[in-house]
Design a protein around this ligand. Structure first.
Ligand code: NDP
Length: 315
């Protein structure tokens, strides 16, 4: 049978390119989990994804109610779940003030981490029940959260500290809107959320890989300097960032190539290892990369898991 894959944020950028790469193999039915239903439908059409290979379902990761509704709606489709790709993200590098999710969590961590954390936890049972030969849960990471790299050392650096802001609810009014309890910084909040994504993948691996056989993985697909992720950046940055990445850092990768990489992690028979953070070298060959000290801190991953469970109402 065809595999069934859910991709969050499949209405643009990396998620859309991945949806296309998987759908056009004819071996996958892609559930595009998107906050903007019409945009997703239009995107699928303009990318030439054929109707029988995809379904759009509404999902707003900035609302835990919406995450729960999405899971109910997915169940109504009556399809098994074989692969889940947590891809959607918001990035607010120029925001002066924090904004918040429906439940009042700072938006970047609330969407990128907490929304996906609840989604993945709620869908784990579906994946357990699937009889597919190679089940995978993929969470898109980033080099910017990895302080063992050059890009990860551009300030403000990711740092979750002792998680005191998260434990207090990231609410910004009576507590801090930042995980480490510090002052709001939109670029740092994004990087912190990506560290959470990478820690979550490893904690899933430790808790569930042996029991379920599901492969849990993360990846850095390269710098896709042209996606909507940078939509809130200043115009000069948006103008100069793609050529800078292409010609200076040479870390640039097209949306199409990045989509192929994520599709590989989701489906390639040679990338089944669990607990891995994948990257690609200059020849576009995949390799197991090292995470930074913080992004591979098992004790921090455990505490992040436990606090996140409380915040999303699972504990
Ligand atoms: P885009 O902004 O193009 O895509 C992000 C997607 O997330 C969009 O489809 C967007 O929906 C969706 N989204 C945002 N908020 C929500 C929400 N509340 N609920 C549901 N969906 C939401 O950026 P990219 O394609 O670049 O980003 C995809 C992933 O790749 C992210 O995880 C990012 O961190 C990661 N990444 C990107 C890199 C890059 O260089 N671009 C490098 C490394 C990692 P909508 O279309 O409605 O706006």
């Amino acid at each position: 049978r065809k595999g069934n894959v859910i991709i969050t944020g499949a209405s643009s950028g990396l998620g859309l390119a991945t949806a296309k790469a998987l759908a056009e193999t004819g071996e996958w039915h892609v559930i595009m989990a998107c906050r903007n239903f019409l945009k997703a439908e239009r995107a699928a059409k303009s990318f030439g994804i054929t109707k029988e290979n995809y379904t759009v379902l509404h999902l707003d990761l900035a609302s835990l109610d919406s995450v729960r509704q999405f899971v109910d709606n997915f169940h109504r489709l009556g399809r098994p779940l074989d692969v889940l790709v947590c891809n959607a993200a918001v990035y607010q590098p120029t925001a002066k003030e924090p904004s918040f999710t429906a439940e009042g969590f700072e938006l970047s961590v609330g969407t990128n981490h907490l929304g996906h954390f609840l989604l993945a936890r709620l869908l784990l049972d579906d994946m357990k029940q699937s009889d597919y030969q190679s089940k995978r849960l993929i969470i898109v990471g980033s080099i910017t959260g990895n302080t063992n790299t050059l890009a990860g050392n551009v300030p403000p650096k990711a740092n979750l500290g002792d998680l005191r802001g998260l434990a207090a609810g990231l609410a910004g009014l009576n507590s801090s809107s930042m995980i480490d309890g510090g002052e709001f910084d939109g670029a740092k909040a994004y990087k912190d959320s990506k560290v959470c994504n990478m820690l979550t993948m490893q904690e899933f691996h430790r808790r569930y890989h042996e029991e379920t056989g599901i492969a849990f993985a993360s990846l850095y697909p390269g710098c896709i300097a042209t996606t909507g992720l940078f939509r809130e950046h200043i115009p000069l940055f948006r103008l100069l960032f793609p050529p800078f990445q292409k010609y200076i850092t040479k870390g640039y990768v097209s949306e199409e190539e990045a989509g192929k990489r994520l599709a590989q992690v989701a489906s390639d028979p040679s990338l089944t290892k669990s607990g891995v953070y994948w990257s690609w070298n200059k020849n576009s060959a995949s390799f197991e990369n090292q995470l930074s000290k913080e992004a591979s801190d098992a004790e921090k991953a455990r505490r992040l898991w436990e606090i996140s469970e409380k915040l999303v109402g699972l504990a």
